[in-house]
Design a protein around this ligand. Sequence first.
Ligand code: PLP
Length: 479
Amino acid sequence: MEETTHSGEPLYLKVARLIEAQIQAGGLRVGDRIPSIRSFSRQQKVSVSTTLQAYFWLENRGYVEARNKSGFYVRVPLEDLAPEPKFRTADSGPAEVGVGDVLMKVMRAVAEPGMVPLGAACPAPALQPYHKLNRITRSIAHSDPFHSSYYQFPPGSELLRRQIARRSLEFGCSFSAADILITCGAMEALNLCLRAVAGPGDVIAIESPTYFGVLLAIEALGMKALEIPTHPRTGLNLDALESSIKKHRVKACIAMTNCQNPLGYIMGDEKKKALVDLLARRQIPLIEDDLSGDLAFDLERPKVAKAFDRNGMVLLCSSFSKVLAPGFRVGWVEAGRYRKEVERLKFLTTIATPSLPQLVVANFLESGGYDRHLRSLRLALNDQIQAMSKAIAKYFPSGTRLTRPAGGYLLWVELPKSVNALKLFRQAIAEKITIIPGGLFSASGHYQSHIRISCGYPWSDQIDRALVTLGKLCEEFAR
Ligand SMILES: Cc1ncc(COP(=O)(O)O)c(C=O)c1O
């Protein structure tokens, strides 16, 4: 039975209000860890289950959040955030893709030195385990001076493939080393998969908005993109996908089911399974991009859609670019029934993959430091997302809408209609601030008033000032 106070109020509520009051008075601030359940129970002389109820109450009201087995932390109150983006439902039909030229210009500007880095989707170098990676590199050079004196032909380093296979249990699969092919980043994996399952002129169903690299690959291969509406929290609209499949001859589907770029959603297990089943019924392969699944903020690492694949129709791509070292270009693919064809295409395209980065990543994984690194990276990214979300709500004009990512380091910002995101991008570059204009995430001309903001860098005065400037630039469009 629920414990109550003299006034009849549930005891857990009284206890929860103590923490609520501390948060409101500023004694506990965003990012602070609240006392552990056991110590708070002892301190307040209440049962563990009462404290647990109190913490869930605080969590439901958005005061705190549970983080990866490390306790409860104060979060940005929900009412301090801008509302979420609207759910787009319009169907746009297959479109030729033409984002390559603009994207090259945008990326060149984003990579200029001295910019405030809100554009590129990468964690700050300081958040990458470069010390350890450098140490491993030196030790390999010392113990195996011939590490790069031969071609590392497909499928790639066995040591690395074994480590990836071992980790596959974490996301609901049980791969063997022989299932995996090492690639030059996830981008090569996506390209190879597309080439294995479709050809020029074919229609590829994609999430809308989607990562511009997906559009680039479709463009480069002369295919067409069919944008499927997504919900900013729950992902692909499966009804819309089903009716698009009935209307158009869809040859393949590409989806980021975990920590989607740019929306940050994680599709639930049931939805992942429904997606896999829907496509399998129509013999449509699913190319799944799980680049940032390891960066989910939840207690448990989310499964991939591949975990529900019974027919080898899901081609799972990933890489270590977002968690270890983008410059290593170490990616991989488990291509199901298309494995041989993907491996053949890999050989025809680049013959081999650089050997040293593969060895370094394999050693890093083997040494057991990966999970520890992930834990601290996720916490840092979650903090950065919250700080940035709060600042955007404060500095951007009313009418701004903002995603609530379930992982990763990206925010998708819907600006008032008067804002032209490409113009805003140019003005921001003149102020030495990088952002990515929303038009690059669509093949059909959507998202002209949206931008993607990367939260890969720790909060600083410089970032605060950059967001103030961006907010002012947005306001000027309304004048
Ligand atoms: C969703 C997504 N997929 C694939 C890639 C490409 O990954 P890689 O750098 O490993 O080629 C990126 C890079 O930003 C990405 O965000």
